[in-house]
Design a protein around this ligand. Sequence first.
Ligand code: NDP
Ligand SMILES: O=C1O[C@H](COP(=O)(O)O)[C@@H](O)[C@H](O)[C@H]1O
Length: 508
Amino acid sequence: MNKIPNQLLVIFGASGDLTERKLIPALFNLFQGKHLSPRFTVLGVSRSTGDDASFRERMVLKNKFIPQTIGNFGLRKEFSERVFYHDLGDSYDTDYGPLKDRILALDADQGVAGNVIFYFSTPPSLYGTIAKNLHARGLLEELDSYRRLIVEKPFGYDLESARELNRELQQYCEESQIYRIDHYLGKETVQNLLVTRFANSIFEPLWNRNYIRHVEITNAESEGVGKRGGYYERSGALRDMFQNHLLQIVSLVVMEPPIGPQPEEIRNEKVKALKSLRVMTDPKVLFSHTIRGQYLAGSCNGEQAVGYREEEGVDPQSTTETYAAIKFYVDNWRWSGVPFYVRTAKRMPTKVTEVVIHFKTPHHQIFRGSGMEQYDNKLIIRIQPNEGMAIKFGVKVPGQGFEVARANLDFYYSDLGQVTVMEPYERLLLDAMNGDATLYARADEVEAAWKFVDPILKYWQHGEDVVTYGYSSGMWGPKNADELIEGDFGWRNPGEHLRDDPAFCVIS
Ligand SMILES: NC(=O)C1=CN([C@@H]2O[C@H](COP(=O)(O)OP(=O)(O)OC[C@H]3O[C@@H](n4cnc5c(N)ncnc54)[C@H](OP(=O)(O)O)[C@@H]3O)[C@@H](O)[C@H]2O)C=CC1
Ligand SMILES: O=C1O[C@H](COP(=O)(O)O)[C@@H](O)[C@H](O)[C@H]1O
């Protein structure tokens, strides 16, 4: 079962939240599932004082994000013995000689055959510095073994900084060594978009402007920003979710069939898809096609929630958006004239991510007046939760005449029974260990996404007529966002339809 090479994973920023909440639990699950090679080893690196014992205790033995089950303590202990810590000193910009010695010693003791993956889990401002220092000590040179970098998001702050970061990293290693992580690509249902489209013959013939009226993508979270207010203030919903996760989903919906499943074939098509998004630069278009909002106090999931401006680390006058809805077009043969509507937000009534393909009504409506013309056919791809797919279509109501009712064909992943679905970080870590970059973003892909987002960011920052709407926590966001969608459609609000927000207002 073990095909993964022996290797060492070096995590920079190892004292942080991501390491504790996601990376170590994912690695433990992989260890538990016997997916790792027998000599797989982890070295945590950061500036915090510590040693192997204290790091093992915090990150493995007492890590509350690794579920405690009867009998897994022994396994934790075993796994913890494969985990080590290196204290870097006061700065990430230092001589990596001692770190190199530690890596060589671990290589000799643990037998990882010189294969090393460096995981950058620090603030992004340090990525270039860390790569520079690894390079200075020859740690990125691939001789008989491999050296890879996994780089966390956000990849850049805008187009220029993303380009600069690409240039910086590519100065020290080859593009093929760089793995830019986007955890949405690690979700089974996101990958299933490729299979739905290209492993079936029933969808692809309809997947174009002749049959599709519009495409709607919703990413809603009921949580607020929590303890990440400081980070979020500099980010906002557009940078935090739209530029990366949502545009990745868009690229999978929009792309042409790749000639094969190889990473470069898939990534080439995704880049082409992102390049075909119509960049909006006219302020009038930006005004009418983009909506930004910020959550106010309210009630979410039965609990009182504070407004964004009251969150820890947030400026009480902040205009950072926690809601973004964008309408745009894709300028290519397949999608010409089909509007795409994408929204992402925090403090919505529920947590849900879904893609809805709205098909056109039949061009000749025989059953006009029967009820069906109000309901276009839809394909709903539920990314989370209740992962699955549904097709909505019309059926005859039994009895005289031709009354049409709406029916569903549903598939839920849970119907597959006892299939273990890996968490995104598990899947993506395993892929990087295997050298499979299909589910990682390439430099040109990230830049193409920023090219589309940059003018929206600039307009939101400097545009004269930009408005930020306030919406109550627990509601579906600014009412104006409904007007983005032409015709009588509105957004498909999964679950309860809470429309009339008494607190809806303009906040800046
Ligand atoms: N947490 C999450 O859920 C997610 C995080 N990410 C990304 O992953 C990376 C790590 O995130 P996360 O673990 O949450 O971040 P943390 O703020 O917890 O930082 C990680 C570590 O980086 C080190 N560090 C070095 N310089 C600084 C500095 N100036 N300010 C703060 N920390 C510093 C700290 O370790 P020390 O001081 O010991 O050196 C810290 O423990 C970031 O790029 C983030 O954007 C992406 C998606 C989700
Ligand atoms: O990257 C991020 O993603 C999470 C949402 O991830 P999900 O897998 O729970 O949908 C989001 O909360 C966070 O703000 C963002 O940085």
